[in-house]
Design a protein around this ligand. Structure first.
Ligand code: NAG
Ligand code: NAG
Length: 373
């Protein structure tokens, strides 16, 4: 949209300044006209909300309880309607979308509980902006199960149900706590690993950004043949609440646009962004060390974007090729809900963690705010 706008500006300018029938005395007048016209156009552009296409969508605001699917038994799950024809119009997507990974070269495995709205945004982000076509959702006892949700995605951008494989893990009395990431990552690789060259282990509050022309799939291809590399890790960019008490009306990527600096000083200082998450080569996966780090087999190692070996943390922190935006607290309201829900990875004392993120120096980081869908 922005492109066609600037093109038409250029042709106006061209028409006005190059029309040979105008004499020199009209040049000043024409230049003045052009200036006014361009100013008006630019002004209109500035006023246009960056996410205009979403304003016309039919998605209810995130704080309205999600419409529940007709409750059916797990046995009838295969009979659920698929998303059907995809009603999107890819020409409004931003930035331009990469090709679909139809071979399912890379897949994502995540654990989640009771967050259908978050799952919507997560799936849409990776499906459209990274071409991912296979998601393994380990449902940590959601009520109702997330697989009962009929459609995913951000309208009008549906994510076909056929791209999502659900596994439901009921919470039983002897497992009241969230199940551990060690279980879900092992489960994903053991059951589905052979179908993919790479598998990524992210959470629903982590959104990947590729910062160069390279797509995710191309980037992984570049590392596939390197026999010393078993996993590829990406540093976090941690977003704070931006001072928001309440859940924003917009989606997460638009709602939180401030990030903690890589190297905060002072009290509570911790290099939050030194943490990494990983894509592992499924053939070399040897188990889980932590949510941040997978063990890799045959003497292979995990490396960061510069080929440097790393484990749970990676310092110096760099985000040249890619970055993993981590919405770790969101608004105060959402943070408290998250504590209530219990996260498989959350071993922080709640108050201390909030203070650490909120007290650190921060900066504007709107990179993902203009993404559609
Ligand atoms: C998408 O929108 C563009 C511009 O409005 C239109 O020309 C095109 O036909 C649409 N494509 C689909 C698949 O609806
Ligand atoms: C493979 O990656 C390692 C670690 O970054 C690097 O040192 C080595 O040069 C790479 N090998 C090839 C063949 O590119």
């Amino acid at each position: 949209m922005a492109h066609s706008q600037s093109l038409s500006n250029d042709s106006w300018l061209h028409f006005i300044t190059s029309n040979p029938r105008r004499g020199c005395k009209y040049l000043g007048f024409c230049a003045c006209l052009a200036f006014i016209f361009l100013s008006l156009t630019w002004l209109r552009d500035d006023e246009r909300p960056i996410d205009k296409p979403l304003l016309t969508s039919t998605k209810p605001p995130a704080n309205i309880p999600f419409k529940e699917a007709p409750v059916s038994s797990p046995d009838s799950e295969p009979g659920l309607e698929d998303a059907g024809p995809i009603l999107n119009n890819l020409t409004v997507a931003f930035p331009p979308l990469p090709p679909a990974d139809d071979e399912e070269y890379v897949s994502l495995c995540l654990a989640i509980k009771d967050q259908p709205g978050d799952l919507d945004e997560f799936l849409a982000h990776y499906y459209y902006h990274h071409g991912v076509r296979r998601f393994y959702v380990m449902d940590d006892g959601s009520d109702p199960p997330l697989s009962y949700t009929p459609n995913f995605g951000i309208p009008p951008f549906a994510v076909p149900r056929s791209a999502v494989t659900f596994t439901y893990i009921p919470r039983v009395p002897d497992r009241p706590q969230p199940f551990q990431h060690t279980i879900y990552a092992d489960y994903c690789v053991k059951n589905f690993g052979e179908r993919h060259t790479w598998m990524g282990f992210f959470d629903a509050d982590e959104f990947l950004e590729m910062r160069r022309a390279t797509t995710l799939v191309d980037w992984l291809h570049q590392w596939e043949k390197n026999e010393t590399v078993g996993a590829l890790s990406v540093n976090w960019i941690t977003h704070n609440s931006g001072g928001q008490q309440k859940r924003p009306q917009s989606d997460t990527r638009k709602g939180f646009r401030r990030c903690v600096v890589d190297r905060p000083d002072g009290r509570n200082a911790d290099e939050e962004n030194s943490h990494v998450k990983s894509f592992a080569k499924t053939a070399l996966f040897d188990g889980v060390n932590s949510v941040h780090n997978m063990r890799t087999a045959y003497g292979t190692v995990s490396v960061g974007e510069k080929g440097d070996e790393c484990m749970i943390k990676r310092v110096p922190i760099t985000h040249d090729v890619w970055a993993l935006h981590h919405y770790s607290v969101k608004s105060r309201e959402q943070f408290l809900e998250k504590q209530q829900r219990g996260s498989p990875n959350n071993h922080h004392a709640a108050g201390e963690f909030w203070d650490r993120i909120e007290d650190a120096d921060d900066y504007e980081c709107p990179e993902l705010a203009s993404y559609v869908p």
